[in-house]
Design a protein around this ligand. Structure first.
Ligand code: 3H9
Length: 709
């Protein structure tokens, strides 16, 4: 039985002579739960009552200082003491308080550190205000103390960007007073405390600091610039606007008033649906990183990786591997193809050097880990090989036959296929238990999502190896079963079809893209198609033509564009026009004319759609297919669908993913929509049995997430 967290177990106070060492010990990341807050409050009381204590040292046990507030507590009844009060009490102590930071001092963790009178950051420390990534804002003085120390611009950069600083950057900014080598916060902290005591260093409260407020004009300009930037880039988001308001309050108001303003704004963020969406996404991503196999099996060691295929995908995968610091061996069928593959890889690093984001030496060192060959024998010592060749079963099987021949026993053989039957590929080799799907998204070195596709015969430790690889490559893994399109592309096909139906029924592609952007997506589906290349979808449609249900509605508009060679950005026109290589498209009257002609051919009398109607259908299609994917066991839980669509398809993170969104709308409402749409098209709009069952039981998708936990 784990020990119950009490203030005394999660915050340990220990005397080192006249120094009280206060250790926050709340695994896994020392989050500031109610027990920790009470423990810190008790520590303050102990100092106040004991004149023999000359100074206080705050440290975190384990790898982190404090990762922030306990995110699980938001949305529940708040338990006293509130963190701002704890911070105020620490800062108010009349003897020096030092925070020695190893690992993460994030959010509330940095706010606790800012309440100390002196700060020391060790090697590898990471200091930041990431609350914005959770739909929140700093709520324990982060927006009030930080500007007093480092000014409004640096504060806004930290709180709006959400990216942490390392120790050196924090020192350069003035967020910490000193850095120290190593990771032993207690030893380095004690040495620093001794030095401060020997120097007679005074109590120095951040709330009284004035350095950051000195340049009033610069601070004002920073707030104005941030406000304009937020209005432009984060108009959909709730918390960034409030962050700017709070930092402005730090400039305009006395400390105590500013704290009250911050608190009020923070509580608005806590209550916002966006906070619930972001926090759901945070925990969902941590859940998808685990699978039944990662619990039961140990990953095989992976030090050498092979990639077969040097096209866009293969090269992108090679770059992802190189970026993770591993060596990669590429195999292509002939010298010319290999040269192109190498060229794709080099281009990525050349661009980084040109932008000043990588030195020429670092580029050379990275590429030194890349080797290429036309001989499969070069993969003989690879621990894991990823096949990324042409999407055709015969071609894939030929590659796997070669891998079967040359790879050492125990090597993991992965395919990057997006829709082929991996069971069939596995069955074609003599070691089916070593075959797994690793479905990367393009560009593979940038996109976060990695679908780990689990065929029938795969060994659990091969799946565990795939998850370990995802971690090494800093990808977001989601476990998927074998089916056409796995989780992501299968759902995409359905909501994209719903969009096509709406176009034929009267909505223009531009209206749909606008509505989808209005919902929070960076791009609409027709913009995405133009970016990816319309030929890709066209090839899939042709492949599926023979097996398509003749009863199913099929909209031909996209085919009409493709027949003209209008594939999108790369051909200068698709759904949009891209004159002179423009990256943003402009609406095309000729496309509208083609759409009108196709409506006529299909015998449709066009009608108008509001943005709300468009999104109801778009989301209903997405949610219904998401439910099917869970119902059929392709996705383990609804949260796996959420993470897939969030990390691979641009779904707005603040909405938590389609299944979380459906819960927030109400599943009965979503089902009623589907049933209403089914009146027009019962073949397309078939309510998922899972959705029907959940509505009948008055249950939510989240209940399935919790049941699986
Ligand atoms: C805040 O502070 C608001 C304040 O300003 C105002 C308050 C009034 N709470 O990521 P990992 C769990 S908002 C609860 O895999 P890593 C996580 O779920 C907060 N749990 O480890 C996982 O659990 P499990 C601002 C948390 O080493 C385990 O810890 N702070 C929290 O890759 C390990 O997590 C942030 O936004 C939490 N705050 O990375 C920081 N954090 O094992 C959020 C983590 O059961 N956290 N868990 O799946 C992080 O960025 C990373 O966790 C961190 C460690 C970098 C710290």
């Amino acid at each position: 039985m784990p020990q119950e967290a009490t203030p005394a177990t999660v915050v340990a106070c220990q005397r080192e002579g006249d120094v009280l060492v206060v250790t926050i010990d709340n695994p896994p990341v020392n989050a500031l739960s109610a027990a920790v807050r009470r423990g810190l409050q008790d520590a303050v009381a102990q100092v106040a009552a004991d004149p023999g204590i000359a100074a206080v040292l705050l440290v975190g046990a384990g790898r982190n200082f404090i990762a922030g507030a306990d995110i699980r507590e938001f949305g529940q009844t708040p338990q006293p003491p509130a963190l701002p009060d704890v911070c105020f009490a620490i800062e108010s102590l009349d003897r020096p308080v030092v925070a020695a930071i190893a690992g993460a001092a994030l959010g509330g963790g940095l706010e606790v550190a800012l309440s100390a009178h002196y700060r020391l950051a060790l090697e590898g420390a990471s200091l930041g205000l990431p609350e914005v990534q959770l739909g929140l804002m700093p709520g324990a003085g982060g927006t009030q103390r930080t500007p007093r120390l480092v000014g409004a611009k640096a504060t806004l950069d930290l709180a709006l960007g959400g990216k942490p600083l390392d120790a050196a950057a924090a020192l350069a900014l003035g967020l910490v007073d000193r850095t120290a080598p190593g990771t032993d916060a207690r030893a380095a902290g004690l040495a620093y405390v001794r030095e401060l005591l020997a120097d007679g260093a005074p109590v120095r409260r951040t709330r009284d600091a004035t350095a950051g407020l000195a340049d009033a004009a610069a601070n004002r300009a920073a707030v104005d610039a941030a406000r304009a930037e937020v209005a432009k880039k984060s108009a959909h988001l709730f918390s960034p606007h409030r962050i700017v308001d709070a930092v402005q309050a730090a400039l305009d108001q006395a400390f105590d008033d500013g704290m009250r303003t911050e608190r009020a704004l923070f509580l608005q963020c806590v209550d916002s649906p966006q906070r619930a969406g972001f926090v759901h996404a945070f925990f969902a991503e941590r859940e998808t990183a685990k699978s039944p196999e990662t619990r039961d099996a140990r990953p095989r060691p992976v030090a050498r990786i092979g990639v077969v295929g040097g096209g866009t995908m293969g090269a992108g995968i090679a770059v992802a591997v190189l970026d993770a610091g591993l060596p990669v061996a590429m195999v292509e069928r002939d010298d010319a193809a290999l040269a192109r593959g190498r060229g794709h890889v080099e281009k990525v690093y050349d661009a980084l050097v040109a932008k000043g984001r990588m030195t020429a030496e670092a580029r050379a060192a990275t590429l030194a880990r890349f080797s290429g060959s036309t001989d499969y024998a070069s993969l003989a010592d690879a621990d894991l090989v990823i096949e990324a060749v042409f999407e055709e079963m015969g071609v894939k099987k030929a590659v796997f036959a070669e891998l079967d021949r040359v790879c050492k026993p125990g090597a993991v053989l992965a395919t990057n296929t997006s829709y082929l039957d991996i069971d069939e590929i596995a069955a074609s080799v003599g070691r089916p238990a070593d075959v797994v799907g690793l479905h990367f998204f393009s560009p593979a070195n940038v996109m976060k999502l990695l679908e780990i596709v689990v065929p029938k015969q795969v060994a659990p430790d091969v799946v565990a190896t795939a998850f370990a690889l995802a971690k090494t490559l800093r990808k977001v893994p989601v476990r998927a079963g074998v089916c056409d399109g796995f989780i992501g592309n299968r759902i995409l096909a359905v909501y994209r079809a719903a969009a096509d139906h709406m176009v034929e029924d009267g909505a223009s592609p531009y209206e749909i893209d606008r509505a989808v952007r209005g919902f929070g997506y960076p791009m609409g589906p027709f913009q995405v198609s133009d970016l990816a290349g319309g030929d890709i979808g066209w090839a899939t449609r042709k492949r599926k033509a023979a097996t398509r249900d003749p009863q199913a509605r099929y909209v031909q508009i996209a085919d009409r564009l493709c027949e003209r060679g209008w594939f999108g950005q790369k051909t200068g026109r698709g759904w949009y026009l891209y004159p002179d290589g423009a990256r943003t498209g402009t609406p095309d009257a000729e496309v509208e004319a083609i759409v009108a002609a196709e409506r006529q051919r299909a015998g449709v009398t066009p009608r108008r759609f509001t943005d709300e109607e468009i999104m109801r259908r778009y989301m209903a299609a997405m949610v219904n297919e998401g439910a099917n994917v869970v119902h059929q066991g392709i996705a383990l839980r609804p949260l796996d669908v959420d993470v897939t669509v969030l990390s691979g398809y641009g779904f707005p993170r603040f909405r938590g993913g389609p299944m979380h969104y459906a819960d927030s709308v109400g599943l009965a409402t979503v089902l009623a929509d589907i049933q209403a749409f089914a009146q027009e098209d019962p073949v397309f709009w078939k309510p998922s049995p899972l959705l029907v069952d959940l509505v009948a039981r008055g249950a939510t998708f989240d209940s399935l997430n919790r049941a699986a936990a």
